[in-house]
Design a protein around this ligand. Structure first.
Ligand code: SF4
Length: 353
């Protein structure tokens, strides 16, 4: 009878802490400082195979390659929009896909990557294509890091400029992948990683009050955006079922607490949906939620999705809406939609390719 040799599932060495990595290296008879060198290869140089780690001995590289994996993301497809936006689809080690978007605004010297935090999403916001996909899993910190690293390379190649901002507004609800999202931000911001400023990073949530309070207690340094989209509970329940258990009062209490504890910037994202949330009465309701702590409102042009029930609000209505906010001392800007020809705009990410 032929002996069946079980296929060894290798662990991802990038998921090891420094201490764990030191133990691995010492187990091979190596010096603990090598662990730090390996982490530099991972998180400063973005290297995704052991062979390239040139300051490690050949035998150690071979040993690591035999015993461990680096479960990096692989670029699967890139689409370029007429307006400069670039959408990249990535394949994960387990065969799933997710997407990131590069949004260049050269006139403002702003090059933003929108990253995903989950494959799919468990929330079912009615205006969003990702919400129809179901949540498959959270992304690993390394998989989130890879998106920033790879899109930064794209930004340099296409625009000769590195990324200036990172927003967690792609696929998934970041606060439901809390631990991994915070670890990815540590890798992006720490001197042992890319050394980016936390002030350039914004995490966007559909609104989970308990987790917003946790961010405050954890004294995070990045900015927070609430995907508000409706300024009264009845309407918000209609488009964002998460609001049924996290109503506006509870969210505002949590955001006020977040501001008190961190003094970090807070913004509201507000997709203007025709004849749903674009009236002056809606603007009046919105003003009420803008007085308890400093907040900026970003009005976003909607991009209809396949079989969707909403349409884009008219420009004249959006202008009136924004003017009303401004007259009432609310800081507000309109974000014209980007990348809609390649389904890369807000709420359109669905791995369609
Ligand atoms: S808007 Fe965000 S939270 Fe809502 S379904 Fe889409 S990805 Fe999920």
């Amino acid at each position: 009878m032929t002996e069946v040799i079980p296929h060894k599932i290798k662990k991802d060495l990038r998921s090891f802490s420094l201490e764990e990595l030191k133990n691995v290296i010492q187990g091979y008879g190596g010096k603990p400082f090598t662990a730090k060198q390996i982490q530099q290869w991972f998180w400063q140089k973005g290297v995704t195979n052991f062979e390239e780690m040139s300051n490690l001995s050949k035998s150690l590289r071979a040993q690591l390659a035999q015993d461990f994996d680096i479960k990096a993301i692989q670029e699967d497809k890139t689409q370029n929009s007429a307006d400069g936006t670039i959408k990249a689809r990535y394949k994960l080690h387990d065969g799933h896909f997710m997407e990131s978007v590069l949004i260049p605004v050269p006139v403002d010297n702003r090059y933003t990557v929108c990253v995903s935090s989950q494959v799919g999403c468990s929330l079912t916001c009615s205006f969003c294509a990702t919400g129809r996909m179901k949540r498959i899993r959270n992304l690993e910190p390394g998989e989130i890091f890879d998106q920033v690293f790879k899109v930064n390379q794209k930004s340099l190649a296409f625009f000769d400029h590195p990324l200036t901002n990172v927003v967690y507004m792609g696929m998934g609800e970041p606060l439901l992948a809390y631990k991994n999202v915070l670890e990815s931000i540590r890798l992006l911001t720490s001197p042992e990683g890319l050394g980016m400023s936390a002030k350039r990073i914004t995490v966007s949530t559909a609104g989970i009050a308990k987790m917003i309070r946790k961010l405050a207690d954890d004294k995070v340094r990045f900015n927070l955006a609430l995907s508000l989209h409706a300024a009264d509970d009845t309407k918000r329940n209609e488009i964002m079922p998460i609001n049924e258990t996290n109503d506006l009062n509870s969210l505002m209490d949590a955001l006020e607490y977040f501001y008190q504890e961190t003094k970090n910037k807070i913004s509201y994202e507000y997709i203007a949906l025709r004849d749903f949330n674009d009236s002056i009465d809606d603007a009046k309701n919105l003003v009420k939620w803008c007085k308890r702590f400093p907040v900026k409102v970003n009005i976003i042009e909607y991009n209809p999705i396949e079989d969707g029930i909403f349409n884009r609000a008219d420009y004249t209505k959006i202008d009136k809406f924004v003017n009303y906010l401004k007259r009432n001392d609310v800081m507000a800007t309109v974000r014209r939609s980007r990348g809609k020809d390649i389904d890369a705009a807000c709420g359109q990410l669905a791995n369609k390719g």
